[in-house]
Design a protein around this ligand. Structure first.
Ligand SMILES: C[S@@+](CC[C@H](N)C(=O)[O-])C[C@H]1O[C@@H](n2cnc3c(N)ncnc32)[C@H](O)[C@@H]1O
Length: 278
């Protein structure tokens, strides 16, 4: 018999429904949901049932497996997109003080960075701001940031580049020049300058599938993404990142993430910054 998880809920939701959600999201995105996420799944998907006038989770999940648009909305609802400008600021200090000067000293004329799991764009735009504020930068370097995510809603936000004053508040004064209020903005919003927008190329990409780009990248920054995957998936991804990096290139992970058994390929520079050594 189905285990009822209803607790006076608006929609019918049982343990089997939760287990189906866990299977579908794992198959589509690699995201591994623990049992503790039962309530989170209910609250995030309840909006979808309400939108479609569906009363039971079982019926909604039948719809998800048949309808590609709804599958997209289902995935978007279940991804966790928390991010902010200059998150883990020490990473950007290291890029400014060590990583970019090293690329200049080795005469790199083309710099390619991949923000994998970029969410709403704060991470790639922070990289672009750091790049533009660098002093003594050689002229004429071809610089691009590829910003990818699975969630199509966050990519739209990134492309629009419009952020609330609250989101912009932690940005220090040397960087505020990159944001202004224009006609698209509400009174409490600002938009990213076209100079930064030109650097950042947003694309939908599912990390679990084939990657169309060839690389090599000088930097792959994939922070606070691996934590949503199981160990096996994390290790596979770390090996694939290594293939996309040039020797000497950097992989930066989030503060609670690690390389697992692939660490031999990388020198650990501390604070979850790794350099590919062979
Ligand atoms: C918590 S955000 C991290 C944002 C940013 N990197 C940071 O550290 O602030 C995690 C992002 O990973 C994305 N994600 C999850 N599974 C993914 C997958 N299979 N392929 C691509 N992106 C994925 C989510 O949509 C989400 O936007």
């Amino acid at each position: 018999m189905a285990t009822n998880l209803n607790k006076h809920r608006e929609f019918e939701y049982c343990r089997e429904d939760f287990e189906r959600v866990v299977k579908i999201i794992y198959r589509v995105s690699g995201i591994s949901l623990s049992e503790r996420k039962e309530d989170m799944v209910y609250s995030r998907l309840a909006r979808r049932l309400r939108k479609h006038g569906i009363q039971r989770f079982g019926e909604y999940l039948d719809f998800v497996v048949q309808d590609t648009d709804e599958q997209k909305a289902f995935v978007n609802a279940l991804t966790t997109n928390l991010t902010h400008f200059f998150r883990e600021e020490h990473h950007f200090d290291h890029l400014e003080d060590v990583f970019f000067p090293k690329l200049f000293s080795t005469n790199h004329r083309r710099i390619r960075i991949w923000s994998a799991g970029c969410s709403t764009g704060e991470e790639p735009y922070t990289l672009s701001m750091v790049w533009h504020n660098l002093k003594n930068k050689p002229k004429g370097i071809d610089f691009k940031i590829l910003a990818t995510d699975l969630d199509t809603n966050v990519l739209d936000t990134g492309r629009a580049g419009i952020y609330s004053d609250e989101k912009l508040a932690p940005i220090s004064s040397e960087y505020t020049k990159w944001f202004s209020r224009d006609t698209q903005c509400r009174s409490n919003q600002k938009i990213v300058s076209d100079v930064l927008k030109k650097d950042v190329h947003f694309k939908q990409l599912n990390l679990m599938q084939d990657w169309p780009m060839k690389g090599p990248f000088q930097l792959i920054i994939c922070r606070n993404v691996l934590i949503y995957f199981d160990r096996h998936t994390q290790e596979k991804l770390i090996a694939r990142y290594s293939e996309m990096l040039e020797v000497g290139g950097y992989l930066i992970l989030g503060h609670s993430e690690s390389l697992g058994k692939h660490k031999l390929n990388y020198e650990n520079l501390g604070k979850t910054i790794f350099r590919k050594i062979h």
